[in-house]
Write a protein that binds this ligand. Sequence first.
Ligand code: GLN
Length: 304
Amino acid sequence: MDYQNILNQIQKELASTPSTGKVASYIPELAKIDATKFGMHLHCINSGHYNFGNNEERFSIQSISKVFALTRAMSLLGDMLFERVDVEPSGDPFNSLIQLEYEQGIPRNPFINAGALVISDILISELDNPKKDFLDFVHNITNNNSIVINSEVFESEKKYSYRNAALLNLMKSFGNIKNDIETVLDFYIFQCAIEMSCKELSTAFMIYANQGRKLSGNEQILSPRKTKRINAIMQTCGFYDEAGEFSFRVGLPGKSGVGGGIAAIHPGQYAVIVWSPPLNPKGNSELGMYALERLTTLTGYSIF
Ligand code: GLN
């Protein structure tokens, strides 16, 4: 497969694809980003790297970090975890409060904010230094110790975290948050503020494409069974109330973030990352989705 040729074609098409997306502004620091940035990086298990655009520039990974947090929590707790968070698509926006009241403080899945906040609470209970553990984990799966958070994005989200605080308070009233609200919020915002490039994320996501093993050195990070489960949750819940649309158009497990990044994998084949800051009304990168749809169309392969 001539992947570089396919990526070049996608890059050409993007230049003339109209976009109505808007850069996220509810975290004021994110609104400062140049909306014209676009990067794509494809990392194949058997044939290496293909890319174009701003694929080596770091951006705010935001909710893509929820996949790493779930990976750590599944390593530490196993299936017990799923007594506190479910694995069903929500069909609601990422920061919605509505279902939580009906469902007694048990979030629908670990990739909506409510679910990710429960995962943060679990990591805080289980680990002496969750922030260090989280960064160590990211450094290990990328072989790159230089990855850090953007402290301006961290401070900016802290000032405007009323909805996440509301989610935490509601869940705590049902007994599903064990630590202080402030401590959980602080850790969750920290993990979201990590910055990585498309290239770095493609190495990190290789573990999900490669049955839980790092490609370089072959270290087993997560068992194949747990990796299968995380991929299933990415497939059904990775795009909030647009998970069905992403499956329909792209056909790969993946996870988006409001920084404009999308990570997707084709098990046994590749990890692919796109970054384009303008988001569609569901909070997913508009042109990023388009580029991934073109990738599975032009290659003729998705998981379906
Ligand atoms: N930190 C963001 C929030 O909690 C992450 C949301 C996202 O990327 N969808 O609002």
